[in-house]
Design a binder for this molecule. Structure first.
Ligand code: NAP
Length: 531
């Protein structure tokens, strides 16, 4: 039987876990990935809802660590579909022979640090224990589904599916009456596709979205050839020059305040035609300047009203909060869906859901009979996947207790009192405010160098110092509070989860963050205690 004692245990076989395993193996460390799902892919394994697609261009939403891999892989379209990304990640697992060190269909339920041995004891749902010197949580930032508690849910005669737990065999929606609750990225992607299949689609909207057109299209072979001629250079520019944004097209270098109204409209229209995240770069200060933000929001408001035929529906679909404050959403025909005769919109702000009944959904105003309810209600982001595991550090301290008032850590990488445990793209790091691929690679490489340093220098333990952690948390808050991201209800602050402490979790600013991580290393792992 295979030994259950390892140098490294990695939780999760998504984009982070696969790359982490590859790196740990290269260091010659015995490593095991524990994965709850039946295959690799993490987010792309679970999120199989209709229309699921990444909203970052394929040319940059891929690993950069292996030149041959990035040269050989070809993406057909500007944005990859979920099946294509899953295919790619399976290819990576095969190409680097990663599967032999991954244990599938096994969920980590607990992890406790044993102070005597200096090792982590990891418990899984299959029973039994594994142990390792280093524990790496590659559990994803957006992976713990948020299933709202609605009265009467168990009484519903039809089927209820969360977008992130979509049946692997697919779901036949033809001829069905479908309800979608939630209009975030998942809902906005699923709605136009479901609308084409269902007899009737009723969308239950709590908050409208400032969605912009994705403008998906086949990739231009000349463009790809140009990038591939110097892929390393493209990656380097993406990482630091354009700040690991969700597009390689940089923002314009001016504010709305610097140009005339006519010029603003021209620039915004030009960016609207580009589609996707470049739109939010029409001005260089949309996340800090009220003027640029309002100019951008007004432009999208006019677009929504121009697209949607019924002006009352258009009004219901128009947000009243700062644009780009909630995580931006890209769509392919979202607002157009509401012009279809089989699609209707229910505004939950004015008519909240009271219950799910055997026949459908009851709001304060009406009963809606449906066959299928789709919960596009998002995730307990950034902390959910970690806190659903019973993680205990020194003295049996529960991470859940340590984070009762919100997540605290150092560099988003380590929590004081939890030695040798690393979080990949944890709260307190840029993570979800960047192209996740870039943030993941940076974290995996930092952790690899750190573990290599420890092993080479006979250090048994690394742990975030409490004072460095306090300073770091204050820094994250200070940076976030200077932005408009704190001006609305969004999941960055946990507003979507009832009772979740309101703390801005990701850290804005990738290049300064990378600089800080490098400075910490140059100063002998400053802010960490090594022993
Ligand atoms: P989300 O952005 O959190 O959206 C969830 C939606 O459900 C929101 O409209 C939310 O309303 C609503 N909601 C939550 N609880 C509700 C309740 N109890 N009753 C009624 N409505 C409720 O989740 P998501 O759409 O799954 O996206 C999450 C993140 O995953 C995205 O922001 C993005 O970072 C990532 N993602 C990316 C892609 C992509 O690459 N294209 C696709 C999908 C997801 P409120 O806004 O009022 O909270």
């Amino acid at each position: 039987m295979k030994s259950e004692n390892f140098d490294v245990i990695i939780v999760g076989a998504g984009i982070s876990g696969l790359y982490m395993l590859y790196r740990m193996r290269a260091l010659g460390l015995s490593s095991q990935v524990i994965e709850a799902g039946g295959g690799v892919g993490g987010t792309w394994y679970w999120n199989r809802y209709p229309g699921a697609r990444c909203d970052t261009d394929t040319i940059e939403y891929s690993y950069s660590f292996d030149e041959a891999l990035q040269q050989e892989w070809e993406w057909p379209e500007r944005y990859p579909t979920q099946p294509e990304i899953l295919h790619y990640l399976n290819h990576v697992a095969d190409r680097f022979d990663l599967r032999k060190d991954i244990s599938f269909n096994r969920r980590v339920e607990s992890a406790a640090f044993d102070e005597k041995s200096g090792r982590w004891q990891v418990g899984t749902d299959g029973g039994g224990w594994l142990s390792a010197r280093f524990l790496i949580m590659a559990t994803g930032s957006i992976s713990a589904p948020n299933i709202p508690e609605i009265d009467g849910m168990e009484s519903f005669r039809g089927a209820i599916h969360h977008t992130a737990r979509w049946p692997h065999e697919g779901l036949d929606l033809i001829g069905k009456r479908v309800a979608v609750i939630g209009t975030g990225s998942s809902g906005v992607q699923a709605i136009p596709v479901i609308a084409e299949q269902a007899t009737q689609l009723t969308v239950f909207q709590r908050s409208p979205q400032w969605s912009v057109p994705a403008h998906n299209r086949p990739v231009d072979p000349d463009f790809v050839a140009e990038i591939k001629a110097d892929y390393a250079g493209f990656r380097a520019r993406n990482r630091l020059e354009s700040g690991a944004q969700l597009s390689h097209i940089p923002a314009n270098d001016f504010s709305a305040a610097e140009i005339s109204e006519e010029e603003r409209q021209r620039v915004l229209e030009e960016r609207w035609q580009l589609g996707g995240f470049p739109f939010f770069g029409a001005f260089n200060d949309i996340t800090v300047s009220h003027e640029s933000n309002k100019a951008t929001a007004d432009f999208v408001r006019d677009k929504i009203h121009a697209i949607v035929d019924d002006s009352l529906v258009a009004e219901m679909l128009t947000p009243d909060y700062t644009i780009h404050c909630k995580r931006p959403v890209l769509d392919s025909g979202y607002f157009e869906s509401y012009n279809r005769p089989n699609v209707s919109l229910v505004d939950l702000k004015t008519t909240p859901i009271q219950a799910i009944t055997p026949a459908g959904i009851r709001t304060s105003e009406a009963d809606y009979d449906v066959d299928i309810i789709v919960l596009a209600t998002g995730f307990d982001n950034m902390t959910g996947a970690l806190l659903r595991i019973d993680i205990r550090g020194r003295g049996g301290l529960l991470l859940r207790e340590k984070w009762a008032e919100g997540p605290v850590n150092y560099l988003g990488l380590q929590v004081s009192g939890f030695p040798n445990l690393f979080t990949i793209t944890g709260p307190g790091s840029p993570s979800v405010l960047t192209n996740m691929m870039v943030a993941i690679e940076q974290h995996v490489e930092w952790v690899t160098d750190c573990i290599n340093f420890m092993v080479s220098n006979d250090h048994a333990i690394i742990e975030a110092a409490e004072d460095a952690q306090v300073e770091w948390v204050a820094h994250v808050n200070e940076v976030a509070n200077a932005t408009l991201w704190v001006s609305c209800h969004n999941w960055y602050q946990g507003d979507n989860i009832p009772g979740k402490p309101r703390v801005f979790m990701p850290l804005p600013g990738f290049p300064p963050y990378v600089e800080k991580c490098e400075e910490v290393v140059a100063n002998g792992y400053e802010g960490f205690v090594l022993s």
